[in-house]
Design a protein around this ligand. Structure first.
Ligand code: GLC
Length: 438
């Protein structure tokens, strides 16, 4: 298949998932607006219709809470989804918006990246107007991340639910949840092997094979964690009071570091002065990211906020400081060596979300092995900026080949290339389009 027809397919997918002012991730299982999905979708829309791309970001910012949080989901107002509204109940927080129903947590902060990419496709005069409109809420969001999520002023922000990382069922988080957030009734469900009953309530496993999705027990623990956060009205002080569970995720913080630096650049262009305290926090994040380095593994790891212990379980998150772009050449070389290792990450269709030589590797299951296009895209971008042109080119051609040969899927089997999860997936389309166009 030629490049032009892949580009057409990508454009058709975005149009299929277009809901006017925002793009749904995929028609079957993802009917709402998600934070990082919309950021990636906007990057693709910028090549098709720059105004539509702007709209995507503006509609995402409409969900912002009064404390500055951009929620990870803005829920569709269709009555078909009352169950989701009832699950999140954003109205329990006085900070949530009046007119929209949202989730009560956030997602990886890649908004600056999206604003920058969209801005690049606009004529200068429109670009600056767009920055002037979007930067104030974006600055407020980054301030919120530090004010609420960095209570010890360490430079690393913490996450309170695996969904905040975007890597929903990633093994280190699942192990921490099991250890610290497993209520007695879920233990009973496990003992009595009743977890199959969960399928009665799941929409995704009705249309996608269950072995490609989050396991039932893990889904239950995630749901129960939402319930706990909701009972504390999504108030971070109450949540952190006597909790055992919060993680400074290495991928989330790597994305924050990169997006801080993009934000600084955008503010300079728009002649907006960033608050001093935010600049101090931003500088501290670059340094603090290095505290996540483990010399023995030669990898970065997420850290348990409560114990300060690194969660030494390699996943693709360990490589994400390449995207941050601030790490030393020496450490980047070590990450690239592991990325290139055919035992770990450089499989037939790289980059798997869990390296193949880890016991948790599962070629089919969601964030426990499959290759995701947004992760490849972030790594390609980081590799380029850090001076690994050959590796970036190789990963780009593998990524485009994967999509071209198999179609526009949510994720892919890293050994066979088979498309998994949901077909017609927006960010796969948007980011493949960006890789084709650049
Ligand atoms: C899943 C993914 C998450 C994504 C969402 C919508 O929850 O794990 O990263 O944002 O679906 O596509």
């Amino acid at each position: 298949m030629k490049n032009s027809s892949l580009s057409e397919q990508c454009q058709e997918t975005l149009k299929l998932n277009d809901r006017g002012t925002h793009t749904v991730p995929a028609p079957m299982v993802y009917p709402h607006q998600w934070l990082w999905d919309s950021c990636f979708a906007a990057i693709g829309w910028a090549y098709i219709d720059a105004d539509r791309a702007k709209q995507e970001i503006l509609s995402l910012l409409k969900g912002q809470w009064s404390n500055g949080m951009i929620p990870h989901m803005i829920l569709s107002d269709s009555p078909d989804f009352n169950k989701e509204h009832g699950m999140w109940r954003s109205w329990v927080s006085s900070q949530s918006p009046d007119k929209l129903s949202t989730s009560g947590i956030t997602q990886p902060p890649v908004v600056a990246e999206a604003i920058n990419r969209v801005g690049k496709q606009l004529p200068k005069i429109h670009r600056l107007a767009f920055y002037k409109k979007t930067l104030p809420p974006l600055i407020k969001y980054h301030q919120w991340l530090y004010n609420e999520r960095d209570p010890h002023n360490e430079g690393l922000v913490l996450q309170i639910h695996p969904y905040e990382t975007g890597f929903d069922n990633t093994p280190p988080w699942m192990h921490q949840l099991r250890e610290h957030n497993l209520p007695w009734w879920i233990t009973m469900v496990e003992k009595l092997k009743l977890d199959g009953l969960v399928n009665l309530f799941r929409r995704d496993t009705k249309v996608i094979p269950a072995n490609e999705r989050i396991a039932n027990l893990e889904a239950l623990v995630c749901w129960d964690t939402i319930r706990r956060l909701r009972r504390k009205n999504y108030d971070i002080e109450k949540i952190l009071h006597r909790t055992l569970f919060a993680i400074e995720d290495v991928a989330f913080n790597s994305m924050l570091v990169r997006n801080n630096s993009i934000l600084k650049d955008l503010a300079k262009q728009a002649k907006i002065i960033l608050p001093d305290d935010l600049l101090v926090h931003m500088a501290s994040s670059e340094k603090a990211l290095e505290d996540l380095w483990d010399e023995t593994y030669a990898l970065y790891f997420s850290r348990d906020f409560m114990t300060n212990n690194l969660l030494r379980e390699p996943t693709v998150a360990s490589l994400m400081p390449i995207y941050a772009g601030t790490i030393s050449k020496d450490r980047a070389d070590k990450l690239v060596a592991i990325l290139n290792s055919s035992k770990a990450f450089w499989l037939k269709h790289p980059v798997p979300t869990v390296p193949k030589n880890m016991p948790a590797f599962d070629q089919h299951r969601y964030w426990q092995g499959p290759t995701w296009i947004n992760i490849n895209w972030l790594l390609i971008d980081g590799l380029k900026r850090m001076g690994y042109a050959n590796e970036a080119t190789a990963l780009k051609s593998h990524t485009l080949e994967l999509v071209r040969d198999n179609g526009i899927w949510e994720y892919y089997n890293p050994l066979t290339g088979q498309g998994l999860g949901s077909p017609d997936f927006s960010w796969t389309a948007a980011l493949a389009l960006d890789l084709l166009e650049e």
